[in-house]
Design a protein around this ligand. Structure first.
Ligand code: CP
Ligand code: NVA
Length: 319
């Protein structure tokens, strides 16, 4: 048992947004994830969270996030509790503050997936234990870390690469913008008018890129043409057109996003050797064709596996 996951510099911190971490801290999280993955594959146990418990509050559905955090805690020697927001007193109006002040008496950390970013931030403010953002309408920061781990494995580096995100300027796109700025990766988002990333997030990521040593010269662009976005891209990325909570807009979104699909023709226009990522769940035939998602350039299921290793790194370093 040896590796970057034993580092204590991030102990006690929250994981609410990528923007809270420096480029060096992102590097530490990635190194820890690589080390934990290598040890797991070699059969080396790493029970660094023995006696520790994580509460997992879900207001939205999940497959990957829930299972990877739960299995991750188990592999680290700790315990994870699934707390459906339907079944705890939050649903009946108990405040976030009282929930935080109660849970901190039992737990060593909380992972929460919900709608409002402000609720996650309140949970962190009222409680004294680390809070991990497992997706809000605004951000998906644990996903972005697993994505960088996947890109590094398949492309051998991060700085200087170009990622093209095709589709909705949503939570996943926001966290990718923030992490690209920190690791020195160019990013171009192609989206229909009206579905751009939030201006404040884009401006913040650009300001971060200008500050971070690896970020100098990094371009974070928003364009309308998917072919312009994928020109020279080493990584293609997409996500569903209607996110959780936007089900009522499904038909309207399908109309708006029709020409924003990752298909064989678009992939051909990227750099040779480009890899395709998708945070999943996917809708084959909408944002991505089955041919591409199940094809040789897709690394979407390695990406799904890497949620486990990335989340274990976050848990080991913060808890
Ligand atoms: N990518 C992702 O967060 O998947 P789940 O919604 O299944 O957790
Ligand atoms: N943007 C998607 C991501 C799912 C992992 C959603 O919020 O539903």
């Amino acid at each position: 048992m040896a590796g970057a996951y034993l580092d204590t510099r991030l102990k006690g911190r929250d994981y609410l947004s990528i923007s809270d971490f420096s480029g060096e801290e992102i590097r530490l999280l990635l190194d820890a994830a690589h080390d934990l993955k290598r040890e797991l594959k070699a059969g080396i146990p790493h029970p660094v969270l023995q006696g520790k418990s994580l509460g997992m509050i879900f207001t939205k559905p999940s497959t990957r996030t829930r299972v990877s955090f739960e299995v991750g805690m188990y592999q680290l020697g700790g315990y994870a509790l699934f707390l459906s927001a339907q079944d705890i007193q939050l649903r009946r109006g108990e405040t976030i503050g009282d929930t935080a002040r109660t849970l901190e008496r039992f737990l060593n950390g909380i992972m929460i997936r919900t709608f409002a970013q402000a609720d996650v931030e309140d949970l962190a403010t009222y409680g004294s234990i680390p809070v991990i953002n497992g997706l809000t309408d605004l951000m998906h920061p644990t996903q972005a870390l697993a994505d960088m781990l996947t890109i590094e494995e398949h492309q051998g580096k991060l700085a200087g690469l170009k990622l093209a995100f095709i589709g909705d300027g949503n939570n996943v796109a926001h966290s990718l913008l923030q992490i690209c700025a920190k690791v020195g990766m160019h990013m171009a988002i192609a989206c229909p008018p009206g579905y751009e990333p939030e201006a404040g997030i884009l401006a913040g990521a650009r300001a971060d890129a200008a500050r971070v040593p690896l970020g100098r010269g990094v371009r974070l662009d928003v364009v309308a043409d998917p072919f312009e976005a994928v020109a020279g891209a080493d990584v293609l990325y997409t996500d569903i057109w209607a996110s959780m909570g936007q089900e009522a807009e499904q038909a309207e979104r399908i109309r708006a996003f029709t020409s924003y699909q990752i298909n064989a023709r678009l992939l051909q226009a990227a750099a040779p050797g480009a890899v395709v990522l998708h945070c999943l769940p996917a809708h084959r035939g909408e944002e991505i064709t089955g041919e591409v998602l199940d094809g040789p350039q897709s690394v979407a299921f390695d990406e799904a596996e890497n949620r486990l290793h990335a989340h274990k790194a976050i848990l080991a370093l913060l808890l």
